[in-house]
Design a protein around this ligand. Structure first.
Ligand SMILES: [Zn+2]
Length: 170
């Protein structure tokens, strides 16, 4: 884990003595490194399969993921999940039960950032899906009981918990 590389105060520009968490020696501004929230959807069909997308972009281009992305500013993860679903799948999605949240890492702009990945069950009309080619190159449905290795370990963890959750409600 490295976090952002910037070694200067974001408020006054003075050099920092170390990585966050640290206090600017010039102006006293407190710098923290916190996990950034993301929101993702797990769409499960009646046959117990879940919707997976093949990532078009790095990090982990070409690997399977579930739809999702970063929360904006003060956006609630549930709202972010609905928005990301609409953007990536091109159709309306209904957000259902919360699955769980998991701390992971995300490589972005040559920095390794901590992320807090939040997962929700969701439903949609599969016939209405229109993939955004900038985000995903193909879609498929995998058996929830036998998922492939996903692009991010938090997705592997969420799939395990989602399977357990569905089994316990049957
Ligand atoms: Zn400062």
């Amino acid at each position: 884990m490295t976090g952002p590389d910037a070694g200067f105060c974001g408020r006054c520009g003075a050099a920092l003595a170390g990585r966050p968490a640290t206090v600017c020696p010039a102006c006293g501004y407190q710098h923290y490194l916190n996990a950034r929230p993301t929101a993702s959807l797990l769409v499960v069909d009646d046959a117990g399969r879940f919707l997976a997308l093949r990532r078009a972009i790095d990090p982990m281009a070409g690997h399977w993921e579930v739809p999702g992305g970063f929360c904006d500013g003060f956006e609630h993860p549930r709202d972010a999940a609905a928005r990301e679903g609409r953007e990536e799948l091109g159709c309306e999605v209904q957000i259902k039960d919360f699955i769980g949240m998991y701390v992971g890492t995300y490589e972005f702009q040559n920095e390794l950032l901590p992320v807090l990945d939040c997962f929700y069950f969701a439903s949609l009309d599969p016939a209405a899906i229109r993939l955004d080619p900038a985000e995903a190159t193909e879609l498929t449905w995998f058996d929830l009981a036998k998922p492939p290795k996903m692009a991010f370990s938090t997705m592997d963890s969420a799939l395990v918990d989602a399977t357990r959750s569905l089994l316990s409600t049957k």
